[in-house]
Design a protein around this ligand. Structure first.
Ligand code: V47
Ligand code: SF4
Length: 382
């Protein structure tokens, strides 16, 4: 919708004021962000976020060919929303796993003849898998597949690794980088508001530590992503505060590639009594993220978590990236009750999914260089 049409529509002056800012490329404030959550309807948010999305990326929708390795689900921490972690004290439980180094190399080798460009390595925080162990692991992964981009370890894992190894974040990250780690995923951010963190994940790294680790990574030339776990006990103001802390850091470093809102799923965890938010709320959150995070180049909808149809819808609400083919290699969401119990899409399925909503599928590498433009590929199914 054009600005003139939007301004002529029956919306309040305060929302018109925000729309004008967006069309004039003026940053919206924290108060504006909260107002959008409280008062703006989906059509209004769709118009503004899609305007920004198309201005930045046209119809391009990125995906990559990736797989995950989750070395263990044994974790020293006890996040209330986590369906995945087997606490250290339950180590004997049949659901707990610990991959050996050889298991991990075998997994890497199993992709030898496949066109993947990225491995995403995250897991529980295991007290015996330390900095040097992971540094060697990455070095050996790179020996097997030198060109594979290694996106590894959330700030939560990194804080613990550095603390145990008694090194600064800069030293620890430099060691990992020197052994071949390329970037950091966005996990562990949850919600930065300290009161919420206290309630849902009080024993893991603080918000300040999460932000410091990403800042340090950017400083030494490792890009990263950022997530936000929404739809549980946080308020709208907490969501905007979270995005604002990220927006401020991005102003300083420019090292974030992608913002990834993650919808809280309530299966099999200590917060199962909390009702999940609606798809409407998912789309509103994506849209407001796109409007607020003006300095983040990309907005990702992680399809294994929200499902394929919502991922398709999200492409009209600011999203321009839907992650990758995944190849059934992650358990974190399926264990929390997400739609996709065995997340796996072939390249042609991902292309079809994007084309069916009239967007252009483009395969990217981990830092958004174009690998293959599939926009002229004819969909397999009508
Ligand atoms: O930090 C855990 C989330 C995150 C639940 O950087 C849950 O490209 C919803 O960060 N309901 C880890 N979410 C995963 C992650 C990620 C995923 C995909 C791509 C990238 C990237 C990063 O998963 C955790 C937490 O916020 N999570 N449990 C749950 N019940
Ligand atoms: Fe451990 Fe991560 Fe689960 Fe928290 S979210 S309990 S840090 S695996």
């Amino acid at each position: 919708m054009k600005l003139e049409t939007l301004l002529q529509s029956n919306i309040s002056e305060e929302l018109k004021n925000i729309a004008t800012k967006v069309y004039q490329e003026e940053r919206i404030t924290i108060e504006d962000g909260i107002l959008l959550f409280e008062k703006a309807d989906l059509n209004f948010l769709g118009s503004l976020s899609n305007y920004i999305r198309e201005k930045k990326h046209g119809d391009i929708t990125y995906f990559n060919k990736n797989f995950h390795i989750e070395p263990t689900n044994i974790c020293v921490f006890d996040c209330k929303f986590c369906a995945y972690s087997m606490l250290l004290r339950n180590k004997g439980d049949y659901d707990a796993w610990e991959m050996t180094e050889e298991d991990i190399y075998k997994t890497i080798r199993s992709y030898n003849d496949k066109e993947v460009t990225e491995v995403h390595i995250v897991g529980g925080v295991h007290p015996k898998m330390g900095l040097q162990y992971f540094a060697n692991l990455i070095k050996n992964i790179k020996k097997i597949r030198p060109e594979l981009h290694v996106k590894a370890f959330t700030a939560v894992e990194l804080e613990y690794m550095c603390r145990k190894a008694k090194v600064s974040y800069q030293e620890g990250l430099q060691i990992l980088k020197d052994h071949g780690q390329d970037s950091l995923p966005g996990g562990g951010a949850e919600i930065f508001a300290e009161s919420v963190r206290e309630e849902i994940c009080k024993d893991k790294c603080s918000s300040a530590e999460w932000l410091e680790i990403h800042e340090t990574a950017h400083k030494i030339g490792m890009p990263s992503n950022a997530t936000m776990l929404y739809g549980h006990v946080e308020s709208y103001a907490d969501r905007v505060d979270h995005m604002n802390r990220l927006r401020s850091l991005q102003d300083k470093t420019g090292g974030f590639n992608t913002f990834i809102p993650l919808k809280f799923r309530n299966g099999n965890n200590q917060m199962s009594h909390i009702k999940e938010v609606s798809v409407l709320e998912d789309l509103r959150t994506y849209a407001i993220a796109r409007i607020f995070m003006d300095n983040f180049p990309h907005l990702k909808a992680y399809w294994p978590m929200i499902g394929r149809e919502t991922a398709q819808l999200s492409l009209n609400y600011g999203v321009n990236d839907i992650d990758g083919t995944i190849d059934d290699t992650t358990k974190i969401y399926s264990m929390a009750g997400a739609e996709e119990q065995s997340p796996n899409m072939t390249t042609s399925q991902i292309i079809d999914l994007i084309k069916k909503v009239n967007r252009k599928p483009v395969e990217r590498d981990s830092v958004y260089n174009v690998v293959n433009d599939y926009s002229e590929t004819v969909p397999e199914t009508a």
